[in-house]
Write a protein that binds this ligand. Structure first.
Ligand SMILES: [Ca+2]
Ligand SMILES: [Ca+2]
Length: 132
């Protein structure tokens, strides 16, 4: 049962849809929490985003176009996708490298997901993020 839940989760995540879509916070945090301290730290979060890049980069040219980037985000992220891309596209070419993609996600982790800024993203913080 647990194996099944994780398999579904991996499919949901690698489909490059939102972490938020269809995966409850307990399951998502447990999946990302590799050192089992009941929270996701920046390294764990970035390792996961890094593992997604190849899938998110649909045409495998090593860069994310606006469409690829937008499709990789949850509903809230998609709303700001264009602004986010231009903020992190340091070369100003309209696409993100893997490094820029990971810098964006580090920013999201530190400024949005980890609400109390203790370096750990918890189930409660994820629940709070999902509140409308
Ligand atoms: Ca952890
Ligand atoms: Ca926190």
């Amino acid at each position: 049962m647990k194996r099944f839940a994780i398999a579904v989760l991996v499919v949901a995540m690698s489909a490059a849809t939102a972490l938020a879509q269809g995966v409850d916070p307990d399951t998502a945090i447990a999946f990302l929490d590799k050192n089992q301290d009941s929270a996701v730290d920046l390294d764990e979060y970035i390792a996961w985003q890094q593992s997604r890049f190849e899938t998110v980069d649909v045409n495998h040219n090593g860069r994310l176009s606006l469409v690829e980037f937008r499709d990789s985000l949850d509903a809230r992220g998609r709303h700001n996708a264009e602004k986010s891309l231009y903020a992190f596209d340091v070369r100003g070419v309209g696409s993100l490298t893997a490094t820029e993609f990971l810098r964006f996600h580090a920013y999201v982790f530190e400024n949005i997901l980890d609400r109390n800024r203790d370096g750990k993203w918890t189930v409660d913080e994820y629940r709070a993020y999902l509140q409308p």
